[in-house]
Design a protein around this ligand. Structure first.
Ligand SMILES: Cc1cc2nc3c(=O)[nH]c(=O)nc-3n(C[C@H](O)[C@H](O)[C@H](O)COP(=O)(O)OP(=O)(O)OC[C@H]3O[C@@H](n4cnc5c(N)ncnc54)[C@H](O)[C@@H]3O)c2cc1C
Length: 428
């Protein structure tokens, strides 16, 4: 009998795994409590626009997501964001992020755009980092300790923290370098300085934009992936989540929708908190698992924003607003600007506790971060959505036992490039 594979979760990771197992002839079922496929890569409708409810772009790193888009027939609709900078807004300053950096680490600290942000003295000190000997780099070194000691507090606080806090939702001093990529401590030892490492990593990045989108929204990728998984023979079951999981005589028994499904292989493609609730035996990743992000989208009638006063968006630091970041979506994506017919779409993200309503902050936060007074009469529509597990922690072993596979955020991966990359390795 063909192997029975049960995939829990219909986000990008679950759909990719379902397609892989179906292609090699397994009997695949995918359970998803939502009515739509895609998880954090899915759409919502607001003021007549179809918008991404979560992720809105993918990293071009490795060309891996682009390959999948190509395979799914979406290549012609892959688009680059508008070439505008992202800004940082701090309590005492607002500045565009220098473009010549890696994770915010400037490769050319003496460039005017860097000096303007951190000042001449700190820029000179940072420029000398390359010639400082590199002491032993412990594998658990934090980004905060490393950047502060080698490049100074101004680089850490003004350039690196804004870039990383948006992705990892924790202070630099709690963020191990290895959490970004387990090979980075070794790469740093090899490069001999942080500046040299940043330079190498930038050289590895493909020319052009670091991220890309899809005309109409990145949710089209998971919509097409769901079709491809079904086309390969997977049975997709929406509106049905797993309620309990048990191991019985070497098989997996999963209670769902009032019945029990039995499988030889269980693929866990859930947000980490949901994965731990169902399988309490999973090793707890370092740093805990219950972080949440709320995304508030505003559609605005605000011609003041036509000139994109803060480029494609803003990283907020130093508690300047309750929001931690803002994306000016209609300044970032030409297709959306056309679709919005002169209106503006702005997305604000917030670190929240479960169920916390932050939509009341959004208009004032948008005003502050965009540097433009906005009033309630300009709000055409508001939408708020909360996502669990915005920044999962890396899991050491993604196959902790026979017949059990952790993928996507259950494996501690964040972002399409990381998830699709891991899938490509699994497929190989
Ligand atoms: C606001 C936001 C913006 C982001 N922006 C970007 C971006 O621009 N670019 C980028 O690359 N990444 C971005 N990310 C990260 C990216 O979206 C995620 O890393 C990725 O989508 C996670 O995919 P996944 O399949 O692992 O998990 P999910 O997409 O969360 O899928 C998990 C699925 O499991 C389902 N589920 C939950 N409980 C059960 C259950 N009991 N049984 C069965 N199924 C269940 C859920 O409904 C969900 O559909 C963003 C994330 C957020 C939250």
């Amino acid at each position: 009998m063909a192997e029975r594979v049960l995939v829990l979760g219909g986000g990008v990771a679950g759909l990719l795994a379902a397609r892989r197992h179906a292609r090699r002839g397994a009997l695949v079922t995918v359970l998803e409590p939502g009515r739509r496929w895609g998880g954090r890569v899915s759409p919502h409708e607001l003021a007549g626009l179809t918008l991404d409810a979560g992720a809105e772009s993918f990293a071009t790193r490795g060309g891996i997501v682009l390959d999948v888009a190509r395979e799914l027939g979406l290549e012609a609709d892959v688009v680059a964001p508008e070439p505008r900078p992202a800004w940082v807004v701090a309590p005492d300053a607002a500045y565009p992020l220098p473009r010549t950096g890696w994770l915010g680490i400037p490769t050319r600290p003496l460039d005017p755009e860097v000096r303007r942000v951190i000042g001449l003295g700190p820029a000179v000190a940072a420029a000398l980092e390359r010639s400082k000997g590199l002491d032993d780099v412990p594998d658990d070194v934090t980004v905060g300790a490393l950047v502060r000691s080698r490049l100074g507090a101004a680089v850490a606080d003004r350039l690196v923290a804004p870039v990383l806090q948006g992705v990892y939702s924790r202070p630099l001093d709690d963020l191990p370098l290895a959490a970004i990529d387990p090979s980075l401590p070794a790469q740093l030892r090899d490069a001999g300085s942080l500046t040299a490492l940043a330079e190498r990593r930038r050289r590895l990045a493909p020319a052009g934009s670091a991220v890309l989108g899809i005309r109409g929204g990145i949710w089209r990728l998971t919509a097409a992936l769901a079709e491809a998984a079904a086309g390969a023979g997977a049975r997709l079951v929406p509106g049905t989540g797993a309620d309990a999981v048990a191991r019985v005589d070497g098989a997996w028994h999963v209670s769902a929708g009032g019945g029990t499904l039995v499988a030889d292989t269980l693929v866990v493609a859930l947000p980490q908190p949901a994965a731990h609730a169902l399988l309490p035996g999973l090793p707890e990743p370092p740093g805990g698992v219950d972080r949440r992000v709320a995304l508030v989208t505003l559609v605005l009638d605000a011609p003041e924003l036509d000139e994109a006063p803060r480029g494609t968006g803003v990283l907020a630091i130093g508690g300047v607003t309750r929001a931690k970041a803002l994306t000016h979506a209609t300044a970032k994506w030409a297709w959306l600007r056309e679709a919005a017919h002169g209106r503006h779409v702005v997305r604000l993200s917030y670190a929240v506790t479960p169920g916390e309503d932050v939509s009341g902050f959004a208009l004032a936060d948008a005003s502050r971060l965009l540097g433009v007074p906005l009033h309630a009469g300009q709000v055409v529509a508001t939408h708020a959505v909360e996502w669990a597990d915005a920044a999962p922690a890396r899991v050491a072993d993604t196959r902790p036992e026979e017949g059990l596979e952790l993928v996507g955020s259950a494996a501690g991966l964040t972002g399409l490039a990381a998830i699709v990359g891991a899938e490509a390795r699994a497929e190989a």
